[in-house]
Design a protein around this ligand. Structure first.
Ligand SMILES: Nc1nc2c(ncn2[C@@H]2O[C@H](COP(=O)(O)OP(=O)(O)OP(=O)(O)O)[C@@H](O)[C@H]2O)c(=O)[nH]1
Ligand SMILES: [Mg+2]
Length: 322
């Protein structure tokens, strides 16, 4: 399974489309004579533009059918409303090139050879104008496509454990420790931040661990709109949230601000249990938490993982059971 934006092809620019259409048209025209050459050029150029513009649009998934996680991610990246507008402009351009072809085709037939050449040139100018009219839309779609394609391969149907907490509390250490060594953690650019996803298997069920540096690691008032939206996406995804805190203060943040973040996470993630995990227990246990562990001393790391998996409470479907 791949995510819904992974297969989006490169979006052409309007100049690339025009070049392609007109150079193919020139080739098609050379194979014929007089009137027919002009008709064939018009046909080729308008078809290429119409098809390529339409392909830009049909490559996109239907936003209404998207899993809410991916819809929210798309919305965070560039608003879905804007994307819809760009897509409908490009659809308009595709239809318009068909109209231009139809209009000039009949006029060409009634013209003499010289007139046909003039009309064909006129039609080409209009085709180019229409294509250029949507150059901003194509550019915006291309940009969104480039950003969305590299979204992490997060699977909305697989149970997900989201790891939150201030910088340096040991989030990555924990995720690295419990996810399979052969399953390297992939980092994905996500606007100002990154999402790391690691996988592990327990009783034949795959779990994904999502580490979110730059996202769930500071107070809400420091988040920009995009980050807030990305967190909304995570809300749909998370089956359990682990908030790691560091009572030793070695991470550089006082424990009370760390607990404020925990409270914010509890408030936001209404549908998922939130566990407070005091890491660096080898240094300090001076905080009220659900579990204490030390990743570096390998103390109770498995216990925390068990608790997280318990909290997910995922019951696999047993297809062969009565
Ligand atoms: N003493 C002690 N140090 C730890 C423990 N767990 C992690 N550390 C150390 O804390 C530092 C930060 O750990 P990371 O795993 O990078 O923390 P992080 O939360 O991923 O940090 P960011 O990616 O910056 O958000 C590293 O030097 C770790 O070795 C622990 O249980 N005890
Ligand atoms: Mg980290």
């Amino acid at each position: 399974m791949s995510h819904p934006f992974e297969t989006l092809p490169t979006t052409p620019t309007s100049e690339e489309l025009i070049d392609k259409a007109f150079s193919r048209a020139a080739r098609a025209g050379r194979a014929k004579q007089g009137h027919e050459a002009q008709e064939s050029m018009l046909q080729t150029a308008s078809n290429i533009l119409s098809d390529n513009l339409e392909n830009v649009v049909t490559a996109w998934p239907d936003f209404d059918d998207l899993d809410p996680f991916y819809r929210q991610l798309a919305d965070a990246e560039s608003s879905v409303d804007d994307l819809r507008k760009h897509l409908s402009e490009v659809t308009w351009a595709s239809r318009k090139t068909d109209d231009i072809r139809d209009e000039y085709q009949s006029r060409l037939r009634n013209a003499d050879t010289d007139g046909a050449r003039k009309l064909r040139k006129q039609a080409f100018a209009r085709l180019a104008d229409v294509t250029r009219e949507v150059s901003d839309d194509l550019a915006a779609l291309g940009e969104a496509r480039n950003a969305l394609r590299v979204f992490p391969d997060i699977r909305p149907d697989e149970p997900a454990i989201v790891v939150a907490g201030y910088p340096n509390v040991g989030k990555s250490s924990f995720v690295n420790r419990v996810t399979r060594a052969d399953n390297e953690i992939a980092a994905y650019p996500f606007t100002t931040t990154q999402i790391h996803v690691g996988h592990l298997e327990r009783d034949h069920i795959r779990y994904q661990l999502v580490d979110t540096p730059g996202l769930l690691d500071r107070p809400p008032e420091e988040r920009n709109d995009i980050e807030t939206q990305a967190i909304s996406a995570l809300e749909h995804l998370a089956d359990t949230v682990l908030v790691l805190v560091d009572a030793s203060g070695e991470c550089g943040f006082p424990i009370d601000v760390q607990l404020d973040l925990r409270d914010d996470v509890v408030e936001r993630f209404q549908d998922a249990p939130v566990l407070t995990i005091a890491n660096k227990a080898d240094r300090s246990r001076d905080v009220e938490a659900d579990h204490y562990m030390s990743v570096t001393e390998d103390d109770n790391v498995e216990g925390v993982l068990d608790a997280a998996i318990d909290a997910v409470g995922y019951e696999p479907e047993l297809p062969f059971e009565e």
